[in-house]
Design a protein. Structure first.
Length: 257
């Protein structure tokens, strides 16, 4: 039995393959990283010689009935545009995240081809041989990580203060916002630099896939919040864990495999 996902992709291939305005079509996301399951969405990208709006019109022409369409705001002025589609009668949790990229955007395309960050694209057609997976520039990436480490260490006292100050003012919602978006985010980044250095900036995405169980458990515990006193205790513990991770990274170096 042909799956909804397969039928969806095949309809796009059939509609776009012979259209001179679409010169490549490939799947990214879970297909590129080998993690597709029954709840996975479709990350389908088209390289086009026309405007991206026209490319989306071509893709929409063969879609099932659309129940909801979302145009990502940042895409309006970018050479990479994304639109997300929900469809009537689609399987549970299904949506299609479609991208359209101008052929005149080689740097954007190059970044999408970095396998350490995005996996290996599943190519459905590529008229000019432009969809070429490539390794990351390790020297440049290492320099970026070192700069980020310096910033994480230097800014730590500030983010601790930004949680404790509103707690002393009984502004507990604000305190939690700084705790979550400041301290916890920084801990996740540091753990990411240790365990998934090429995707350290993916925040909480793919946590269960990328982090050892001990780190997963710690982060899950830090996400729980009962009262202001509990938050004060967690600030001290998170600060300790951040400093420990900084020490480990400094002693072992950043491991780019």
């Amino acid at each position: 039995m042909t799956s909804y996902r397969t039928t969806y992709i095949e309809s796009q291939i059939e509609a776009l393959r012979d259209n001179p305005k679409i010169i490549a079509l490939w799947e990214a996301g879970s297909a590129a990283t080998g993690t597709t399951d029954q709840y996975s969405d479709i990350d389908l990208n088209a390289l086009c010689t026309c405007g991206t709006d026209e490319a989306f019109s071509l893709m929409e022409s063969v879609m099932p009935p659309i129940s909801h369409r979302y145009i990502k705001p940042s895409s309006r002025s970018s050479d990479l545009q994304h639109r997300i589609y929900f469809h009537e009668g689609a399987p549970k949790h299904f949506f299609a995240d479609l991208g359209a990229i101008s052929e005149d955007s080689p740097e954007t395309l190059k970044e999408l081809m970095v396998t350490e960050r995005h996996g290996t694209p599943v190519v459905y057609f590529d008229e000019k041989g432009l969809i070429k997976p490539q390794p990351i520039d390790k020297e440049k990436w290492l320099a970026k990580l070192k700069t980020r480490l310096e910033d994480l260490e230097a800014s730590l006292p500030i983010y601790v203060l930004q949680v404790l100050k509103p707690l002393d003012r009984n502004q507990n919602t604000e305190a939690f916002a700084f705790y979550y978006h400041g301290l916890l985010r920084r801990l996740v980044e540091l753990m990411g630099i240790r365990h998934r250095p090429y995707r350290y900036d993916f925040e909480l995405r793919y946590l269960e896939r990328d982090f050892p169980q001990k780190e997963q458990d710690a982060i899950h515990e830090y996400m729980k919040y009962t009262d202001p006193d509990d938050l004060r205790k967690k600030v001290a513990l998170i600060q300790r864990d951040i400093e420990e991770n900084l020490t480990i990274i400094k002693s072992q170096g950043i491991q780019l495999v």
